[in-house]
Each structure stands twice: as structure tokens, then as C-alpha cells.
Design a protein around this ligand. Structure first.
Ligand code: SF4
Ligand code: SF4
Length: 56
């Protein structure tokens, strides 16, 4: 289980600062979550303005 970032992502970067385990990185046009690092805390999903982050 991990959270995932959909194509709705507008690459604002807000979620990256919230992740306590630095699982979020900037990819090609959107941000991405490393499922091996994500602990399912949900902090990133709370700050996403476009609700692009959902539990897988
Ligand atoms: Fe990081 Fe938590 Fe979001 Fe996973 S759910 S990417 S651990 S902030
Ligand atoms: Fe993308 Fe949402 Fe993260 Fe902003 S907060 S980079 S829109 S996933």
C-alpha cells in the first residue's frame, strides 16, 4: 500500500514539503511517490489543492 499521485497533479510542490520520509520527488511534469518509502501517513494528500493524491 502507498499513496499515488494522479495526472491531475499541477506540480505545485506543496506535498513534497509535507512528507516526513522524503518519498515524494519531482518527475516529468508531475510529482511522484516512491511506494517503497511511503508509510501511508496521508499528510501529502491533505495539502494537495487539486486532490491528486489518493490511497492506492
Ligand atoms: Fe509521504 Fe505520507 Fe504522502 Fe506517503 S502518505 S508520500 S509517507 S506524506
Ligand atoms: Fe501535485 Fe498535489 Fe503535490 Fe501539488 S500537492 S505537487 S498538485 S500532487
Amino acid at each position: 500500500m502507498a499513496y499515488v499521485i494522479s495526472d491531475e497533479c499541477i506540480a505545485c510542490g506543496a506535498c513534497q514539503a509535507e512528507c516526513p520520509v522524503e518519498a515524494i520527488s519531482e518527475g516529468d511534469g508531475k510529482f511522484a511517490i516512491d511506494p517503497d518509502l511511503c508509510t501511508d501517513c496521508g499528510s501529502c494528500a491533505e495539502v494537495c489543492a487539486v486532490e491528486a493524491i489518493q490511497p492506492e
